[in-house]
Write a protein that binds this ligand. Structure first.
Ligand code: AMP
Ligand code: MG
Length: 342
């Protein structure tokens, strides 16, 4: 009893001695519930600063807020618009990923996304003619980004509109992590909806355990098909189960194949990407969902720099070799696991 008491006190003194606090904030931004948890000597201020940064990015990058830079771009009638360094950096990353993924990620898909009603929740199935007319204007390579010493300017040709929905949350997590690391934080978990960004390990030195949602049971957040041990990296999941509507017994989800203008039916039900950069994770989770398992694994073998968990509609799960140690399947999982070798 005495020893237990002493042990507890010692721990409390130790914590006070090194001054580590824990602070958590739950916020709603970028159309998503987010939880920011920071362990540091100044955790409360750190969480405040991260929240302010996320809110600022939401104001700049939102496609539906009339005061945002993206709104200004989409209403510029072909004229150049000066943009902030965040918009420029995110656009640059998006255009590079568009190129790398051969257009599987295309931020100019917005008019098509709108036609399906995913931005307003007034869902509908657009006709073939509407879609093919809208697809004519979809082309990330037509976006011009000019970066100079005094800032950056973007020009969208008439009719082209863009939307960072596929990577803005990943970018937000990444720049928050940069901000927190700069202020000396060595342990934090940022949950931006399905986007996870970690800094370091847990305060006890163990890795963060990140559940991979079972796509067949989307309403139960505890239904995971396995978990990933992550340290100082981001983990982002894209899945058809995350946002969808049903019509005539058919399910239509928010991840669109730019080659058809319709929800990507690639045989995948979710894609989780793990990498250092949250922006890369978010962009690739969407792009690899569009590609399907075979192309996605070929892409991983060619490009590297990230790891992935691919869940197929058939119940097969493909884990890239770099995650074989980090992934622990859930005890009761009905999925069949495969390790993809490089
Ligand atoms: P995510 O949930 O990260 O996979 O992103 C999906 C969101 O990005 C959708 O809600 C759309 O706004 C947008 N989007 C859908 N398909 C694509 C695509 N192929 N390329 C770029 N953005 C897309
Ligand atoms: Mg994404």
């Amino acid at each position: 009893m005495k020893r237990a008491l002493f042990g507890g006190l010692a721990l409390a003194l130790l914590l006070t001695g090194c001054g580590t606090q824990s602070s958590e904030a739950q916020i709603f931004a970028m159309n998503t519930f987010m939880t920011l948890t920071v362990h540091s000597p100044h955790a409360r201020e750190d969480v405040k600063a991260a929240t302010a940064l996320i809110n600022q990015l939401d104001r700049e990058l939102s496609v539906t807020r009339p005061e945002s830079e993206v709104w200004a771009l989409n209403h510029a009638d072909g004229n150049p618009v000066e943009v902030s360094s965040d918009t420029a950096a995110l656009l640059k990353a998006a255009l590079e990923l568009g190129e790398k993924t051969s257009g599987a990620l295309d931020v100019t898909l917005y008019p098509v996304v709108k036609a399906w009603g995913f931005t307003t929740d007034e869902h509908q199935v657009p006709g073939e003619e509407t879609l093919s007319a809208l697809l004519e204007g979809v082309d990330y390579s037509a976006v011009s980004l000019i970066e100079g010493e005094d800032g950056a300017a973007v020009t969208l040709p008439q009719g082209i509109e863009l939307d960072f929905g596929a990577l803005a949350k990943g970018y937000a997590g990444e720049v928050c992590a940069d901000l927190l690391r700069d202020s000396g934080v060595t342990s934090a978990l940022l949950r931006l909806g399905g986007n996870i960004q970690t800094i370091g390990a847990r305060p006890d030195g163990k890795p963060w355990m990140i559940g991979v949602q079972d796509p067949s049971r989307p309403d139960d957040p505890d239904a995971v098909l396995g978990s990933l041990a992550i340290v100082d990296q981001a983990a982002v999941t894209s899945g058809g189960y995350q946002r969808y509507f049903e019509q005539g017994g058919v399910r239509y989800w928010h991840i669109i194949d730019p080659s058809t203008g319709s929800p990507a039916r690639s045989g995948l039900s979710s894609v989780t990407i793990v990498a250092d950069s949250g922006t890369l994770c978010d962009g690739l989770s969407t792009a690899l969902f569009v590609m399907g398992r075979e192309k996605a694994l070929d892409f991983w073998r060619q490009e590297g720099g990230f790891e992935a968990v691919l869940v197929e509609d058939s119940g097969e799960v493909w884990i890239t070799a770099g995650l074989s140690e980090a992934f622990t399947p859930a005890g009761e999982s009905t999925y069949t696991l495969h390790i993809a070798e490089a």
